[in-house]
Design a protein. Structure first.
Length: 392
């Protein structure tokens, strides 16, 4: 049976060569972040159970490894924003389907070259490498994102890149023909050469581009608003052998959304991100967009905290803009209510130094809620009222 090889190398030619070598002999690769501390690396290796590991010291066997099935290409860990990361098993057929469909949508031709600068242990960065390998497109792989190096690669011939919004803000986007944006909510105003993507590790990267499914991808929205996917690039199973797809091949994503009037998919967010306060539904994204327009706000994440009176209350975690007066809760509530319903206004404000994010730029709402203390000068909340709540 084929082996699973943990690929613990930084981004660069050696990573691509090792991936090709693993595939050429019929094994599967499980990219892991070489920067992981030893305890985290050991825990991940135990969960994935590879038979071998390839790192900067070479390739060597590991005890307790479990084989993969013939035809398996990758085991990619999920980002872990909603719980413990899981190993997603992707076959060669799935990787090829993803590479061909995405390349066709982006009209990739012989004049293009891909630049990989996102973490290769996550599907958003790894799919750039696999897409180029499958299609034979020229590829440059960097050990990480560095704005001057990314811009230099563009001037040297890279025309296509995958970025997250935080990285997009640090470069001149006009240097690339196409910038694929994933990882977190895209900016309200973005360059014309950007393409927003929606997908999961389980879908082998993005499968919906600018709201329209790639060729071969089917999308269904259930009566309660959950997005379902069926496509040739979906996972075979998780590393523990469980298959999240139903008997007809549909994958429940856990994301909620709907269809716009022009036929494009609108993704509202994870089911768990929805805040129900005083009987009203509040999605974090529109509140974040509005708060992000405030002149004193540099970054913001909105989350729901359990509340005896309201069920949940809307909490705004704000990084104040440098040089500006720190915003107050009353000020931000008025700001939100100028454009959104009153129940969307935050009932709690927490000023923070930075927003914790995953390697692909997704905000860690769970980390913010868990780390924030119960008081102090940087926290403001609307006082409780003894009377039954009314949405104001």
């Amino acid at each position: 049976m084929p082996d699973l090889v943990a690929l613990a190398l930084p981004g660069g030619p050696a990573f691509v060569e090792a991936l090709r070598r693993i595939w050429d002999r019929g094994d599967a690769a499980a990219p892991i972040d070489p920067r992981l501390p030893s305890p985290a690396r050991a825990a991940l290796l135990q969960a994935l159970a590879p038979g071998r590991v390839a790192d900067e010291e070479g390739e060597h066997a590991l005890a307790g490894g479990r084989p993969v099935e013939p035809g398996d290409a990758l085991v990619v860990t999920t980002s872990g924003t909603t719980g413990t990361p899981r190993g997603v098993v992707l076959t060669h057929d799935a990787v090829v389907a993803s590479a061909r469909a995405s390349s066709a949508r982006l009209a990739v031709d012989g004049h293009d070259g891909w630049l990989a600068c996102l973490p290769l242990s996550h599907v958003g960065g790894l799919s750039v490498v696999t897409r180029a390998v499958v299609t034979g497109t020229p590829l440059t792989v960097l050990p990480g994102f560095d704005a001057p190096t990314v811009e230099a690669a563009a001037r040297a011939g890279s025309t296509l890149v995958s970025l997250v919004p935080t990285a997009l803000r640090r470069i001149d986007p006009a240097l690339f023909r196409v910038i694929v944006l994933g990882g977190s909510r895209p900016p309200t105003e973005r360059p014309a050469n950007t393409v927003t993507t929606y997908g999961l590790t389980e879908s082998g990267s993005g499968v919906v581009y600018d709201g329209r499914p790639l060729d071969g991808v089917e999308v269904r929205v259930t009566d309660d608003g959950e997005i379902l996917l069926r496509a040739p690039m979906l996972l075979r199973c998780y590393r523990d052998g469980t298959d999240p797809k139903d008997a007809d091949g549909w994958l429940r994503t856990g994301d909620l959304g709907g269809w716009r009037e022009d036929g494009r998919l609108r993704v509202q967010g994870r089911r768990g991100d929805l805040i129900v306060t005083g009987g009203e539904n509040v999605w974090p994204e529109p509140v974040e967009v509005r708060l992000g327009d405030h002149p004193a706000v540099a970054e913001v994440v909105v989350a729901g905290r359990d509340d005896e009176e309201w069920g949940q209350r809307v909490v705004a975690f704000v990084v104040p803009r440098a040089g500006a007066v720190k915003p107050s809760l009353d000020e931000l509530r008025r700001w939100v209510k100028e454009e959104l319903p009153a129940w969307c206004a935050p009932r709690e404000l927490v000023l923070v130094d930075e927003i914790p994010r995953t390697a692909l730029g997704k905000p860690r709402r769970d980390a913010l809620l868990a780390a924030e203390g119960a008081g102090g000068p940087e926290r403001q909340a609307v006082p409780r009222t003894p009377a039954p709540p009314s949405i104001t």
